[in-house]
Design a protein around this ligand. Structure first.
Ligand code: R5P
Length: 291
């Protein structure tokens, strides 16, 4: 078994290779004069090749890189190619929101399925979209790892773990159960035609340290709006935690300027805010798929 890592596979690939006692090899990356990408893997592969590649921004470039790297693994002797794509691009366009739009994630899932024998990801935006894959597909969660980190970092504090919306409620609940915290999600209450109040559904956060938990932080807009609402409820220190820290449009600075004490993220996306590794649940999924 060999673990192939692109630059975006980063430290997660190293940790997976260690956990699986497998060889680690980089995917070499280059460009043709016209800008098209070319990748190279070790030319005499055998057995199972695991490609670790995160489809972070620029997504289109990384989507193509992932697909051609999978093809390279197959073309160079791997009997079986497993795509570990901890963050998959286009996962939020998981249905047709407006007439004329595509289900982009289904197109991405089909392209991955055509080039890999199995697929593993982490905290997929909408877990039911695993059904878009035509090969065995697993979605693992980093909730336990995030929860353990919070338990150690905030030992002795009465934390509140809050999801900024209902979509993240289950993730927040799982994180909270590991760090023995209370949890809730924010909901929008329409007060009048013009006025909307955002507040925790049930919890009183006054004076409490709050960790907001979401599957991803992209521009930071969701977290910043949630922070504003929590401050109005009298919350104490605020922390932003997520699995995938995309942090586009200077999101990190904007989050810190908005009063977040720290950003807590995993290694599914290369980021200086990586505090937690998703390697353990991904390695377990790989053992199930290869065992
Ligand atoms: C949306 O449903 C997701 O779970 C995230 O809340 C969202 O994508 C975060 O994006 P942003 O940071 O740009 O608000």
């Amino acid at each position: 078994m060999i673990v192939l890592s692109t630059a975006e596979g980063n430290r997660l690939a190293r940790r997976l290779a260690d956990a699986l006692d497998a060889e680690l090899a980089p995917v070499e990356e280059d460009r043709f004069p016209d800008g098209e990408q070319i990748v190279r893997v070790p030319p005499e592969l055998e057995g199972t090749a695991i490609l670790v590649h995160s489809m972070v921004p620029p997504q289109d470039e990384n989507l193509v890189k992932g697909l051609i790297a999978l093809d390279a693994a197959r073309e160079n002797g791997a009997d079986r190619v497993i795509a570990v794509i901890p963050y998959v691009a286009y996962s939020r366009q998981d249905r047709r929101f407006e007439p004329g739009e595509p289900v982009s994630f289904r197109a991405v899932a089909r392209a991955i399925s055509a080039n890999a024998d199995a697929f593993v990801t982490v905290d997929l935006h909408e877990p039911r979209t695993l059904e878009f894959f035509d090969v065995p597909a697993e979605n693992v969660t980093a909730a336990e790892e995030i929860g353990r980190y919070l338990r150690e970092r905030f030992e002795g504090e009465e934390l509140a773990v809050i999801a900024p919306d209902e979509g993240a409620r289950e993730l927040a609940e799982r994180v909270a159960s590991v760090c023995d915290a209370e949890h809730d999600h924010l909901e929008k209450e329409r007060i009048s035609g013009e006025e909307v109040r955002i507040h925790p559904k049930e919890l009183d956060v006054e004076g409490r340290t709050v960790v907001l938990v979401d599957d991803m932080i992209d521009t930071g807009g969701t977290m910043i709006e949630a922070a504003r609402a929590l401050r109005e409820q009298g919350a104490g220190e605020l922390y932003a935690a997520c699995t995938h820290a995309l942090l586009t449009r200077n999101a990190a600075s904007r989050l810190l300027a908005a009063g977040f004490r720290d950003i807590i993220a995993t290694d599914t996306v290369p980021t200086p805010y990586e505090r937690v590794s998703a390697a353990s649940p991904v390695a377990e999924a790989l053992r199930r798929l290869t065992g």
